[in-house]
Design a protein around this ligand. Structure first.
Ligand SMILES: *[C@@H]1O[C@H](CO)[C@@H](O)[C@H](O)[C@H]1NC(C)=O
Ligand SMILES: *[C@@H]1O[C@H](CO)[C@@H](O)[C@H](O)[C@H]1NC(C)=O
Ligand SMILES: *[C@@H]1O[C@H](CO)[C@@H](O)[C@H](O)[C@H]1NC(C)=O
Ligand SMILES: *[C@@H]1O[C@H](CO)[C@@H](O)[C@H](O)[C@H]1NC(C)=O
Ligand SMILES: *[C@@H]1O[C@H](CO)[C@@H](O)[C@H](O)[C@H]1NC(C)=O
Ligand SMILES: *[C@@H]1O[C@H](CO)[C@@H](O)[C@H](O)[C@H]1NC(C)=O
Length: 509
């Protein structure tokens, strides 16, 4: 276990570094694009206007320009790829001159339109993963109006390091966020080549060409050339895609945000490590929610190799749906697609439950003919507790003391889901709609999840009302007493103690 863990950490560290370098590179191009734009405008205007310099940004200097130009030049000469078929550059189009309104011979005034800047990026690369001998997924964000109202297209090249030979294929785009995006939408580009690429041991690179195709400005087909993935010599091992996965169960967490309650997260971790077992792994995404108190409760599980923590705070720069959670779950899917037999997608205020007479393994075995199944929700009150707990409440765990289940009828409740990731190409938050194989929703009685809405970001004592009854109505909502989870609590506490000792006895709500 320990060496496996180290192995994974090492891999993580390497790929994190790679991604970092790439971001710096892309960032540089964009930063410089702004400088260059000002330079171009300045040159254009200098001929007619003497006061241009006041338009320059405060940090603009000639050396910035030289730096940017030399860097842009370095970037282009450094590339060993043909750009002949690309109709543009990474930079925004520049008007050759500022157009003015013109009185025409027939007396009509021809009005001018002068574009400045670009408000949303054409593509923001997060990651790219190989998915077999000839197939890749490239994940990122792109301007949503460009996709909704335009027809941007993607093209993929694989350039072998051996011969420099390039093969090209169309990139098939998928927008997995169901139209929820904001300024940006999530894009998963599937690049599948007609035959294996980069499998000769010499390595190579995957290049994505993202073309606006006239969206944004009909006069231009701005095409950005993106080095999405670089495969060093010897790094491609096809047995990765066919050998049995390392993990039985992998949890892909969506973006964690807000002032999270460390005690609730502690309870969630212990509960699910116990449920998922030794061959499981949890990928937690920190979008700003992992403060020092939360880190404290994650740390013992990270040490044991159960948890990988990814800092995704940088994505906040790009306005998408709920901290870009659709991007994050797809990154997790493709990153770990061949490392897990099953992948689960749910939140940290939700607890997967299988009836006591069965085990998670027996349930999963009974669902083995499916590539995906969805899980029914048991909505629990985040406020109602038992009066017999009075006096002991602060010591009790959340799922131990919150025992009233909302049984209001006729409400469509969200479901969560699990997939066999090798059968899935793109995924969502509540299910995947892009997979091969069968999906079932008929899992009642086999597996369900308890949802403690509003408890994970609550730092006060959640119990607000103490009740005796087995059923009750509070503010028009009917509740029944449901102690299913409460009964598991002693086992979970013992498991935590046996696994990580006393470390977390002092965690705070
Ligand atoms: C680039 O675009 C312009 C204008 O859309 C077009 O006239 C030109 O032929 C294109 N060049 C190439 C190499 O595709
Ligand atoms: C891309 O799509 C094809 C066809 O659906 C699929 O076979 C392949 O696995 C996908 N590749 C990735 C990396 O998702
Ligand atoms: C590939 O291209 C690079 C840069 O143009 C060059 O240095 C290298 O020698 C080429 N390799 C082969 C095998 O042609
Ligand atoms: C825009 O450029 C892309 C990539 O070179 C190309 O595939 C596409 O056909 C071009 N679109 C138009 C309208 O020229
Ligand atoms: C490829 O990976 C498998 C395990 O997945 C390993 O046994 C094998 O030695 C690796 N091959 C190479 C060439 O590294
Ligand atoms: C609970 O029951 C006890 C006695 O059975 C009673 O004294 C108490 O008022 C009840 N509490 C509530 C909140 O109904």
């Amino acid at each position: 276990m320990a060496s496996m863990v180290k192995d994974l950490r090492e891999k993580e560290r390497k790929s994190v570094k790679k991604g970092g370098d790439m971001n710096v590179f892309v960032g540089l191009i964009w930063n410089c694009a702004v400088e260059l734009k000002f330079l171009l405008y300045a040159l254009l205007l200098l001929s007619s206007l003497a006061t241009t310099l006041q338009f320059l940004p405060a940090h603009f200097t000639i050396s910035t320009v030289r730096y940017c130009l030399s860097d842009a030049a370095a970037a282009t000469t450094d590339t060993r790829f043909s750009t002949a078929d690309i109709n543009s550059t990474s930079f925004s189009p520049q008007p050759t001159s500022i157009k003015a309104d013109q009185r025409q011979d027939n007396g009509v005034l021809k009005r001018a339109f002068n574009p400045y800047g670009a408000a949303a990026y054409n593509f923001i690369l997060m990651s790219a993963y190989r998915g077999g001998s000839n197939s890749f997924a490239v994940l990122g964000l792109a301007s949503k109006p460009l996709h909704v109202f335009g027809q941007p297209t993607y093209k993929c090249d694989y350039q072998s390091s051996d011969s420099n030979a390039t093969v090209t294929t169309a990139g098939v785009k998928n927008l997995p966020d169901w139209g929820y995006g904001r300024v940006y939408t999530v894009v998963v580009v599937n690049c599948t080549f007609p035959s294996p690429v980069g499998t000769d041991g010499f390595g190579g690179r995957l290049i994505l060409h993202a073309a606006t195709h006239g969206g944004g400005d009909r006069d231009f087909n701005i095409t950005d050339r993106i080095e999405a993935l670089s495969e060093p010599p010897g790094s491609v091992n096809l047995s990765h895609f066919t050998s049995p996965p390392k993990y039985e169960y992998l949890y892909c967490g969506s973006s964690l945000y807000g002032n999270l309650n460390p005690q609730r997260l502690r309870e969630w971790m212990a509960y699910h490590v116990r449920l998922f077992g030794k061959k499981s792994h949890f990928v937690i995404h920190d979008a700003g929610g992992v403060h020092p108190g939360v880190m404290e409760v994650l740390w013992p599980w990270m040490e044991l190799g159960y948890v990988s923590l990814h800092d995704i705070r940088e994505q906040e720069r790009f306005d998408g749906y709920y901290h870009n959670q659709f991007l994050i779950v797809n990154d997790c899917l493709h990153r770990y697609r061949f490392m897990a037999k099953w992948m689960f997608f749910f939140d940290v205020d939700e607890f997967i439950y299988v009836p006591r007479k069965s085990s998670l393994r027996s349930v999963m075995d009974s669902l083995k003919d499916y590539s995906q199944f969805t899980i029914e929700q048991m909505p629990m009150s985040g406020k109602l507790c038992l009066s017999k707990d009075a006096g002991k409440i602060p010591k009790k765990w959340g799922f131990e003391k919150l025992v009233y289940r909302d049984v209001k009828r006729g409400i469509r409740r969200d479901r969560k889901y699990a997939v066999r990731p090798r059968d899935v190409f793109v995924t969502g938050v509540h299910m995947s709609q892009n997979l091969q194989g069968k999906t079932t929703h008929k899992t009642q009685g086999q597996i369900k999840y308890f949802h403690y809405h509003g408890t994970i970001a609550e730092r006060q004592e959640p119990c607000r009302k103490l009740l005796n009854d087995t059923q009750t109505i509070v503010s028009g909502t009917p509740y029944v007493l449901d102690t299913t989870m409460r009964e598991v609590a002693p086992f979970v506490k013992r498991f935590e103690h046996n696994t990580i000792g006393h470390l977390l006895q002092t965690a705070h709500q």
